[in-house]
Design a protein around this ligand. Structure first.
Ligand SMILES: NC(=O)c1ccc[n+]([C@@H]2O[C@H](COP(=O)([O-])OP(=O)(O)OC[C@H]3O[C@@H](n4cnc5c(N)ncnc54)[C@H](O)[C@@H]3O)[C@@H](O)[C@H]2O)c1
Length: 275
């Protein structure tokens, strides 16, 4: 097992949505490895609280108000990071939101919001940081947040599931493209299982089906993994060179095997028994 500190220590971590949950855990764990940290978030109060806390414990950290839906805003974030902290060695496109309810009940603006943040937000990060990493010419990493929801299908969260399948596909294509272009950039897809965060309380979707799903997800959240432990697992796998970074490897493996078997047999998706 490679020590994450030897791979990532001394570098610059830039994370979108780093003011809460998974992104905050990754920011704090990166700081504990000796990285400088830049936090982009639409919630500036949350981003500043995390950055201030890191600065107080001796980390070089900044918070930058960013809306990942806006390419210019994301580009301004990375420009600030390169100017103030130096070349980014780990960019994490993490900001994301949830949506509950049946597809036909989802307001058009909520569908758009999920895709704009969860998919276009990741694209905006990639298109801004890859040329900067290539120009800096030092080894660098890009992690994009998919989810265990990016592996299979599930009812009553379709916009989210669609966005996480999309992000996984984007990340797989990106891995091939940086190789084809000859860049020294290591690309990985993060597929968390349940991690303590605020994603469900902020989720859209108040229909009857949406409320049922929200309740079910809050139940799942009761046994969620602390974000710092999730980050430690993600960093350890990345240091070992894994492409799929998982917080709950058994759950991820079970779902991947189920998906592989479904595609191999060309069988239709099935509702889980309790659905
Ligand atoms: N928590 C889990 O169990 C879990 C599981 C699988 C995947 N994920 C993924 O992890 C990522 C982080 O989610 P989380 O669970 O930590 O949620 P969270 O709500 O706790 O944190 C998300 C952060 O993103 C920020 N954000 C939202 N919209 C933004 C925008 N337009 N621009 C910039 N920042 C924005 C929020 O302000 C917040 O700080 C998401 O991509 C999510 O899909 C989480």
């Amino acid at each position: 097992m490679t020590d994450a500190r030897s791979v990532f220590g001394g570098g610059v971590l830039a994370v979108t949505g780093g003011g809460s949950g998974v992104g905050e855990g990754l920011a704090r764990y990166g700081a504990s490895l000796g990285m400088k940290v830049a936090i982009a978030d639409i919630d500036m109060e949350a981003a500043r609280a995390v950055a201030d806390d890191l600065v107080a414990s001796g980390t070089d950290a900044i918070a930058v108000h960013t809306d990942v839906r806006d390419a210019g805003s994301v580009d301004a974030f990375f420009a600030t990071v390169y100017d103030t902290l130096g070349p980014v060695t780990l960019a994490i496109n993490n900001a994301g939101v949830e949506q509950f309810g049946y597809l036909w009940e989802v307001p058009a603006e909520d569908w758009q919001r999920v895709l704009d943040i969860n998919v276009t937000g990741v694209f905006n990060g990639v298109r801004s940081v890859v040329p900067r990493m290539a120009e800096a010419g030092i080894p660098a990493h890009i992690w994009n947040l998919s989810s265990i929801g990016g592996i299979g299908a599930a009812p009553r969260q379709a916009p989210y599931i669609v966005s996480k399948h999309s992000t996984l596909a984007l990340t797989e294509c990106l891995k091939l493209e940086v190789e084809a272009a000859g860049y020294d950039i290591t690309v990985a897809a993060v597929l968390p299982g349940p991690v303590v965060s605020r994603i469900f309380e902020r989720a859209g979707g108040d229909s009857e089906a949406g409320a049922l799903e929200r309740e079910a997800m809050f139940k799942v959240g009761e046994s969620a993994m602390p974000a710092l432990e999730a980050a430690e697992r993600i960093f350890a796998q990345a240091a070992d060179g894994a492409f799929y970074l998982s917080t709950h490897p058994e759950m991820t493996g079970y779902l991947m095997n189920g998906r592989a078997e479904q595609l191999r047999a060309q069988s239709a998706p099935q509702l889980p028994v309790e659905a």
